[in-house]
Unconditional design. Structure first.
Length: 427
């Protein structure tokens, strides 16, 4: 098998926890994501609804989870797209009912042609119906999702039904990672580490950003993942200062830096790593100075990212620390910092993004907008300094599991120190 699936006990445990958070008499209806068409007769690959996967382990289109909550427990039904000979020939085999039972731990597995009748039987007697509407603060959904479309149909067919959003409940559950999730995240990070180490010997003046992307795709996918976690950022020269550069179409020039914000998935769980290296294998004195300042920011951020700190306070403290590094680099003055030393606005000229976000089934994973940091959370730590006027942009990023007494850097084995980078790039 390409990768080791999570055990059905993991998904069953998630459903049990969700059932304990939903009121008796209520029900849940949760759909898979759509498969989107291309311009012609093709389709994009399915990117499964993360909440559906979290509760069932099923990575297949047109899947539906229905749960009804009793005083003394809950009932659960999994609906699957029924396969046939034509589908098997053109698209490949789909899950059998028995395979879905083994994967999810749900015993009552039916075909989706029972969906309408099932709702007719269950919705009228439910005190409320939980559905999903994506409330992620960074989500923009110009295309109506399958869950949104099915919710519209629910309102039309059952106008008296009370609809509630399950999003916040599942987001709260997902922000604390279970051991099975941590194992999958670590595997994704290990593969990222292995691919990056091989890449360092490949980068050289004249190599195309697209060739770096292709090299990484081979390194990652050959080790089991299906894809990058996100469109990779391979930015060289002045484009190291473009935060979300994805064109990846230039050649890397001698004397420039190349910033690589990359990651891969393993069993739907994601790594997210950034490294910035000299194209010719040797930092200039100025590049090294900026690199070391960003490294100092990362070290400081990892030191204060501990249980009990409020996320917004952590971010503020990192910005204050960054101010000192920017002064050392001659980019800002002590007088500019003194205008508001508790959170100098001038810092955002050279460090304009946050330092950390949740990581898990989604790269920018769900959770509270401003949580108190707790054990079991997984955050990226990704400071950066971007000097557009010098064409120097440096970002470094690792993935950190918050522990009770000590954090675990899931990317801690990836080369990071400038001397190590130069040594590994030496030919």
């Amino acid at each position: 098998m390409r990768y080791e699936p999570l055990p059905s006990s993991f998904f069953a445990g998630n459903r049990e926890e969700l059932a304990s958070r939903l009121p008796a008499g209520s029900m849940l209806i949760l759909h898979a994501n759509d498969v989107f068409p291309t311009n012609a007769d093709g389709t994009f690959a399915l990117h499964q609804n993360a909440n559906l996967f979290y509760l069932t382990g099923v990575d297949q289109e047109e899947t539906v989870l229905v749960m009804t909550i009793r005083e003394d427990g809950w009932d659960e039904i999994l609906l699957l797209r029924e396969t046939n000979e034509q589908i098997a020939i053109w698209e490949g085999a789909r899950l059998s009912q028995e395979q879905a039972r083994e994967l999810s731990g749900i015993q009552d597995v039916r075909w989706t042609d029972e969906y309408d009748a099932l709702l007719e039987a269950l919705v009228p007697s439910a005190s409320m119906v939980f559905v999903e509407a994506n409330q992620h603060p960074r989500c923009t959904c110009p295309v109506e999702t399958r869950n949104a479309r099915m919710t519209k149909e629910l309102k039309e067919k059952f106008p008296d039904a009370i609809l509630k959003n399950v999003y916040e409940i599942l987001a709260d559950m997902r922000q604390i990672k279970k051991p099975e999730e941590i194992k999958a995240l670590k595997k994704a990070c290990d593969i990222t580490n292995e691919g990056f180490r091989e890449l360092l010997r490949f980068i050289r003046p004249g190599v195309g950003e697209w060739q770096i992307e292709g090299f990484l795709a081979n390194e990652f996918i050959s080790r089991g993942p299906r894809k990058f976690s996100f469109l990779p950022i391979i930015a060289s020269g002045k484009d190291t200062c473009v935060l979300h550069y994805i064109q990846n179409d230039k050649r890397c020039e001698d004397g420039d830096l190349v910033l690589m914000d990359i990651g891969t998935e393993y069993g739907n769980y994601n790594s997210d790593m950034t490294r910035t290296v000299p194209v010719n294998g040797k930092f200039t004195p100025r590049q090294r100075a900026v690199y070391e300042s960003v490294l100092n920011m990362m070290t400081y951020a990892k030191k204060i990212l501990k249980p009990g700190i409020l996320k917004s306070e952590y971010e503020r403290m990192v910005r204050v620390f960054a101010a000192g590094e920017l002064v050392k680099l001659g980019l800002i003055t002590p007088a500019q910092v003194a205008e508001k030393p508790s959170d100098p606005p001038i810092v955002r000229k050279y460090y304009m993004h946050g330092c950390s976000h949740f990581l898990g089934l989604d790269v920018h994973d769900v959770g509270e907008a401003n949580p108190v940091v707790l054990p079991g959370m997984v955050f990226t730590v990704e400071p950066g300094i971007y000097i557009a006027e010098e064409g120097i942009g440096i970002r470094l990023e690792n993935d950190v599991l918050i522990g009770e007494t000590e954090n675990i850097d899931l990317l801690g084995d990836v080369p990071l120190l400038p001397d190590d980078i130069e040594r590994l790039m030496a030919r």
